[in-house]
Structure formats: C-alpha cells, structure tokens
Write a protein that binds this ligand. Structure first.
Ligand code: PGA
Length: 242
C-alpha cells in the first residue's frame, strides 16, 4: 500500500500536520495549486494556515486555490455554500485574490458547461499540487457519490440522499439540487493527496476505508490508487468501531 497513515492524538494536531505539509510544499513551489475541501475536516487546517501566513506572508503570496466541490442550487453567498465557507476560512483571511482562485459557480446557467470550464482550466493550469480532502460518512470523496459507475472528471453529480444531511447544510434554508465536483481522475492526477479523518462519527467508515478494497460504491476507496497519499487522522477516528 502506498498510503502513509499517521494517527495524531487529536483534531488540532491532525490539522497542524496537514498545514505543515501544505506550508512546506508552498515554500518549495510558491505558485502551488491547492485543491481545497470544505466541511468540518479541513477547518482546523485552514486556521493553522492562516496563522502561518500571518507569520510568513511571503510563503503564501503566490498560492493558488481551486475549490473541490459545490452544492448546486445554493446561492454563492449562502452560509451553507462551499464558496462562502472557503471565503470565510481560507480566501479572505489569507488574502487570496480572485486571480489566484477558481471554483464552480453554485448556480450556473448550465452545469455541464460550468464543469467543462473547470476541466479545461485544470488542463491548462493543473495538475493540482496538493489536494486536501475529507472522507464522507457515506464513503464519498468530494461529491463523487457511491454508484455503480463514476465520472472521471469534473461533473454534475446526483446527490446521495445521505448528503442532504451534511452538517454544512444545516445552517442553510436552501436545499441543493445537485452537486458540482472534481472527479476521481483529477484527484488521482494531483501530485499529492492529503485525506483528513477526524472524530468518532467516522470510525466505521474509516475502518472500512483502511481495508483498501476498491469499489465505486465507496468512491474514497479509489484514493488508495494514488502513489502519494497521506492519510492524517485523529485517535478518535482510528479506534475500533466496536
Ligand atoms: P466533513 O465532510 O469534513 O464535514 O466530515 C466530509 C465529506 O462529507 O466529504
């Protein structure tokens, strides 16, 4: 298995470890392209990155960010959108201007066209240098949902029923109609992938993920194909589900 698994004592140390990897990579490659997930898993990593950027702004002055996925149908400025999450936790506090950021429109006129633009942007400007992703309770990664077959690249996704209860959507009065997401192909082409797994609620899905059996019914399992995957988890997530 190529996967490097590190079990950290708690969420904070997991977040620091992830931010340190990103910081180190940005020092080596100033225009690093970071693919940024949203949700509970990466918030601590972004907090730590903001601290690091406060101390060494020049290390991040050329950092580029691409949004991993988005809830289709939510207004961009809605508190539940991935856009407003990223603006709040990463883009604004790090001072990342719009010319260093790209991401799906949450209410595109034509979702397919929106995805084609993101695919083409990545073909020109990619690959992703570091993809920071979380593990979905239902085994999804980004909004690549469990299914008989998967789309390789950026696409409009049918949301799994369980995704409507995602914690990000609890503050929103809107219900997404679909997902917009990078595909497993773009994630597997990233130079490096960091998977964050934290908390008791992830124990069961994480124990299953560690068996490293590939299935489109468990999209995050395909990350095991990546030649440079680092999985950072906390002890709570790592314990046996019992
Ligand atoms: P979380 O979401 O980081 O909020 O746990 C992960 C996911 O659903 O992909």
């Amino acid at each position: 298995m190529n996967t490097r698994l590190e079990v950290l004592p708690d969420y904070e140390s997991m977040s620091r470890a992830a931010a340190d990897i990103i910081h180190d990579a940005a020092r080596r490659k100033p225009d690093l392209l970071l693919c940024a997930a949203t949700g509970g898993s990466p918030t601590g990593t972004y907090q730590r990155l903001v601290e690091l950027a406060g101390r060494s702004p020049s290390d991040f002055a050329a950092l580029r960010v691409i949004k991993l996925d988005e809830w289709g149908g939510l207004p961009m400025e809605d508190s539940g959108s991935c856009e407003s999450y990223l603006r709040r936790h990463l883009l604004d506090p790090m001072g990342i201007a719009d010319d260093r950021y790209v991401g799906f429109e949450s209410r595109p006129e034509d979702g397919e066209e929106e995805c084609r633009e993101i695919r083409e942007w990545l073909e020109r400007q990619g690959p992703i240098d570091v993809a920071l992703v979380g593990l979905g309770l239902n085994g999804h990664v980004a909004l690549n949902e469990p299914a008989d077959s998967l789309e390789p690249f950026a696409h409009v996704a049918e949301l799994a029923p369980s995704s409507f209860s995602h914690s990000m959507l609890q503050s929103s009065r809107y219900r997404p109609q679909y997902g917009l997401t990078l595909g497993l192909g773009e994630l597997l082409q990233a130079r490096r992938v960091i998977l964050l797994v934290s908390g008791e609620s992830k124990r069961e899905v994480f124990a299953h993920w560690r068996k490293a059996k590939l299935s489109t019914r468990f999209p995050a399992s395909l990350l095991h194909l990546h030649p440079r995957l680092t999985c950072l988890c906390d002890r709570e997530a790592f314990s046996d589900p019992g």
